[in-house]
Design a protein. Structure first.
Length: 483
């Protein structure tokens, strides 16, 4: 048995009738030079070989009686690889719009909690003789960084693949009985008073550091320092209302775009910022244009939540969640692209300083401290009262996940691009996640279908915003040369 951490289990509590807790990815492949045809049988064969390398793929959940402790992963004695590996064919020649629609539908469906929490789909019939593989796995099992590590297990560095040592026969361990789980839970409950002292001590140490942040946050909620002539704040204040900060349905929309990493780096070098700053500025510009299209641009900057991996070298290769987050102002209220990038850079510097002050283990300590039954009840109350869309802590999530920088192959087919497919929740009906691969940044945008039905239009603004930033970078370089 392997027990979930409090943070892992929180992604289970996240699920409602309209919110799913899985994350996914769309891999677009070129199979023309593959040693063997890319078929469902071939994908199933390869997955059968690789599943032993990732034990969680053969494990399912078992809950503790009365929700007194975090659930456990246990071996699935009835594991059936053919249930998890599936196939869908588009009518040839399948377009990107048809691929978007299929992924939107697949991503809307929740995973079956009575089985290991993952599925993989081979999608054939794409134009230009391409194929695609859509994977989804529950966020309780992996985060973005460990998801990238999982891809290194599933992909190869050559079309011929690699030799794997023979896997030992799968002999699932006997499932634990309810009395055993109850005894374990009671032992953990006896430790709660000690945990209370530990967590309290850590929070007391943080109070001086968090005081300026809380002052800024409360001031933003009260509308202070927003008079005429006030300086545009770089800290993340109260998130303004937008069309995508409303209750979501169970339906999803997906869109994807790729941009040239060399152009992003040229902008980065011209302005002396980071690649992530350029990405944030692109998103700010695209969101500004989309909000103007819908006559919904707020007077104040949006607030973006940026996941931050806190995975240390010792936990590399381990699945589960090792993630924190920071909030940063997203200057959608700034017209000039160059100035918008400068504002983004200033905001992320402040956000990084605030996030760095939080010890890596504190989030895990707090999430492990809460009893799952209480966590689930609290989550239901929060969703039922509409708190997340009445007072959204942020407007959307923007996540930048590192990817491989060398060509990789699945079942001998060359990976052309990989687009993340992430999570939306009540109050945050839009998510933008990207992965870098072979000189490009690949953006995957997910939304609630009813809140952002034209998400492809929003995605199309991203490369256009990069072009505007590239023009600003060239102008800036020319001005510096003249000086």
């Amino acid at each position: 048995m392997q027990q979930l951490s409090g943070l892992d289990a929180a992604f289970l509590a996240l699920e409602t009738a309209t919110t799913t807790g899985h994350i996914g990815g769309l891999s677009v492949l070129d199979p023309k030079d593959a040693p063997k045809p890319l078929t469902l049988a071939r994908l199933t064969e390869v997955m059968t070989e690789r599943v032993p390398l990732v034990p969680v793929l053969r494990r399912k959940l078992v809950n503790v009686p009365l929700g007194l402790d975090q659930p456990y992963w246990i071996d699935d004695a009835d594991f059936d690889i053919e249930y998890h590996v599936r196939e869908i064919a588009l009518p040839r020649p399948g377009s990107d719009a048809q691929l978007d629609e299929q992924v939107s539908r697949l991503h809307s469906r929740p995973l079956d909690r009575s089985r290991p929490l993952w599925e993989i789909y081979l999608i054939t019939g794409l134009a230009k003789k391409r194929a695609a593989v859509y994977t989804k796995i529950h966020h309780a099992a992996i985060d973005g960084a460990s998801g990238t590590e999982l891809l290194t297990v599933l992909f190869d560095l050559t079309p011929q693949g690699r030799e794997l040592p023979p896997a030992p026969p799968f002999r699932p361990a006997s499932p634990p009985g309810q009395p055993e789980l109850a005894i374990r839970a009671l032992a953990r409950l006896a430790w709660r008073p000690v945990q209370t002292v530990q967590v309290s001590n850590e929070l007391v140490k943080l109070l001086p550091t968090l005081a300026p942040v809380m002052n800024a946050l409360v001031g933003g909620m009260l509308g202070l320092n927003r008079g005429d002539g006030s300086v545009i704040a770089t800290w993340a204040g109260r998130a303004p209302a937008t069309p995508f900060n409303r209750p979501i349905t169970s339906h999803r929309k997906f869109a994807f775009r790729s941009v040239d990493l060399a152009t992003v780096k040229a902008v980065k070098n011209a302005f002396g910022v980071s690649v992530n700053d350029v990405v944030m500025a692109m998103c700010a510009g695209a969101l500004r244009r989309w909000l103007i299209d819908h006559d919904a641009l707020p007077d104040h900057a949006l607030v973006a939540m940026i996941p931050v991996s806190v995975r240390d070298p010792d936990s590399k290769g381990a699945l589960g969640n090792r993630v924190s987050a920071m909030l940063a102002s997203l200057p959608t209220n700034v017209t000039d692209p160059g100035l918008r990038l400068e504002r983004v850079h200033a905001a992320t510097q402040v956000a990084k300083a605030q996030q760095a002050a939080i010890p890596q283990g504190l989030v895990d300590q707090i999430s492990d401290f809460w009893v799952p039954a209480l966590t689930a009840r609290t989550a239901r109350v929060v969703f039922a009262t509409g708190l997340l869309h009445r007072l959204p802590p942020f407007n959307l999530t923007i996540s930048n996940v590192p990817g491989p920088n060398v060509p990789v192959y699945m079942c001998g087919a060359r990976l052309l691009a990989h687009y993340p497919v992430s999570v939306v929740t009540d109050g945050q009906g839009l998510n933008i996640t990207l992965v870098g691969y072979l000189g490009q940044l690949h953006f995957g945008l997910v939304s609630c279908r009813e809140l952002v039905p034209d998400i492809d239009k929003l995605a199309g603004y991203l490369p256009e915003e990069l072009a505007l930033l590239a023009e600003a970078a060239e102008k800036r370089a020319a001005e510096q040369t003249e000086q």
